[in-house]
Design a binder for this molecule. Structure first.
Ligand code: NAD
Ligand code: UDP
Length: 329
C-alpha cells in the first residue's frame, strides 16, 4: 500500500511516516522544511520503502504526483510563533495543501486524512469542545491565518465529500507534544523543557490560568491509524446521523486539562536539578482561555482513548530534549 504524507519532516509527520513504514507501507514524504527538519527522518530515511521529496505543497500540482492508496495532509506550521511569522504563507498552505490532496484523492480514489486542529474552535464558549460546536474565532486577529486557514480547509474537505464522494476523514488535533518537537519550536511544552534544561526563566504568558489538554504523540498516531483502517461504509453509517457531524470529523486529544502554571510546575518537578524560576510575561493576543476535547465520538467509532498521562509523556520528552536540544542545528 502506497501512502503520501505532507509535512513528513515535521514533529507529527515524522512519527506518522515511521509508523506507516513499520506497518509495511511504501511512503512518499513531502516537506518544504520550513519548521520540519531532515533530522527527524534519520531513523528511517534509509528504508527502501521511503522517499523524501523536498517541495512546497503550494507549488505542487496533482499532475506532479502519482497515485496513492492513502494520503495524510499534515503540512502547515503549527506553532503560533512560526505561523504568525509568515501569516500569508500559513493561510495559503492550509488552503492549497488540502486542495492538492483532495484533487489527488478524487482522481485516484485514495483515502484521505486531514490534520485539522482544536484552533477551529477559537476561544471557545462551550467547554469541553465537542465536534458539533462551531467555534468562536476572530477573522482578523494574529491567530486568524492559522485558524481560518484550517477552517477553510475543513470546508473544502466537507464539500469534496458531498460533491465527489471523496473518502476523506478529518481529525481536530488538540495540543500534542513529544520527542522530535523542534527545540526552537516556540510551543509551550518545548519552551518549558528547554528553559528548565538551560536554567533560564520559565516564561508563563499571562497569569498562567489559561488551560490546555496535552496529548502524547503516540496516542495521536494510534488514532490516525485506527481511523484510516475503518472502511468507507463505516464512515457513512456513523456520520450524518442526528447528534453527529455531517461528514467525518473527530476530536483527538487527551481530556486531562491543566493550567499553564501547572504545566510549568510539573516540568520543574520532573527536572529537580533545574535552577529555573517561573517568570510571567504578557499574554499574546487572542490566546484561548481554555481548551479540552470531548472525545466521545472517537471512543465510540475507534474504541480509542489516550493512554499516556502528562507526567509520563513529559518525562519521555525531557529525555529526548536532553540529547537533541543541544545537538540541534
Ligand atoms: P510541525 O511544524 O513540526 O510540522 C509541520 C510540517 O509541515 C513541517 O515539517 C513543515 O516544514 C511542513 N510544512 C509547512 N508548510 C509547508 C508547505 N507549504 N509545504 C510543504 N511542507 C510544509 O508541526 P506538527 O505539530 O507536526 O503539526 C503537523 C500538523 O498537525 C499541522 O497541520 C498542524 O496544524 C496539525 N496540528 C498539530 C497540533 C499539535 O499540537 N502538534 C495540533 C493541532 C493540529
Ligand atoms: N505559553 C506560555 N509560555 C510559552 C509558550 C506558550 O505560557 O513559552 C502559553 C500560550 O500563551 C498558550 C499556551 O501556553 O496559552 C499554549 O501555547 P502553545 O503555543 O503551545 O499552543 P496554542 O495552544 O496556544 O496554540
Amino acid at each position: 500500500m502506497k501512502c503520501l504524507v505532507t509535512g513528513a519532516a515535521g514533529f507529527l509527520g515524522s512519527h506518522l511516516c515511521e509508523r506507516l513504514l513499520n506497518e509495511g507501507r511504501e511512503v512518499v514524504g513531502v516537506d518544504n522544511l520550513y519548521t520540519g527538519s531532515e533530522r527527524n527522518l534519520r531513523g528511517f530515511s534509509g528504508n527502501a520503502r521511503f522517499t523524501f521529496m523536498k517541495a512546497d505543497v503550494c507549488d505542487l500540482k496533482s499532475e506532479d504526483l502519482g497515485a496513492f492508496d492513502e494520503i495524510y495532509n499534515l503540512a502547515c506550521p503549527a506553532s503560533p510563533v512560526h505561523y504568525q511569522a509568515r501569516p500569508l504563507f500559513t493561510s495559503l498552505t492550509s488552503v492549497k495543501g488540502i486542495l492538492l490532496c483532495l484533487e489527488l484523492a478524487k482522481r485516484d480514489g485514495s483515502r484521505l486524512l486531514h490534520a485539522s486542529t482544536s484552533e477551529i474552535y477559537g476561544d471557545p464558549l462551550v467547554h469541553p469542545q465537542e465536534e458539533l460546536y462551531w467555534g468562536n474565532v476572530n477573522t482578523i486577529g494574529i491567530r486568524s491565518c492559522y485558524d481560518e486557514g484550517k477552517r477553510m480547509a475543513e470546508t473544502f474537505v466537507a464539500d469534496y465529500v458531498r460533491l465527489y464522494d471523496v473518502d476523506a476523514r478529518m481529525v481536530r488535533i488538540f495540543n500534542t507534544y513529544g520527542p522530535r518537537m523542534h527545540p526552537q519550536d516556540g510551543r509551550v511544552v518545548s519552551n518549558f523543557i528547554m528553559q528548565a534544561l538551560k536554567g533560564e526563566d520559565i516564561t508563563i504568558y499571562g497569569d498562567g490560568s489559561q488551560t490546555r489538554s496535552f496529548q502524547y504523540c503516540d496516542d495521536l498516531i494510534e488514532a490516525f491509524v485506527r481511523y484510516m483502517a475503518a472502511p468507507k461504509a463505516r464512515m457513512r453509517e456513523f456520520f450524518g446521523k442526528p447528534g453527529r457531524p455531517a461528514v467525518p470529523v473527530l476530536n483527538t486529544g487527551n481530556p486531562g486539562e491543566f493550567t499553564i502554571e501547572e504545566l510549568a510546575k510539573m516540568t520543574l518537578e520532573l527536572l529537580p536539578e533545574s535552577k529555573s524560576r517561573l517568570a510571567y510575561r504578557p499574554l499574546p493576543g487572542d490566546d484561548p482561555k481554555k481548551r479540552k476535547p470531548d472525545i466521545s465520538l472517537a471512543k465510540e467509532l475507534l474504541g480509542w482513548e489516550p493512554k499516556v498521562p502528562l507526567a509520563e509523556g513529559l518525562a519521555k520528552t525531557i529525555e529526548y530534549f536532553r540529547v537533541a536540544a543541544f545537538s540541534h542545528p
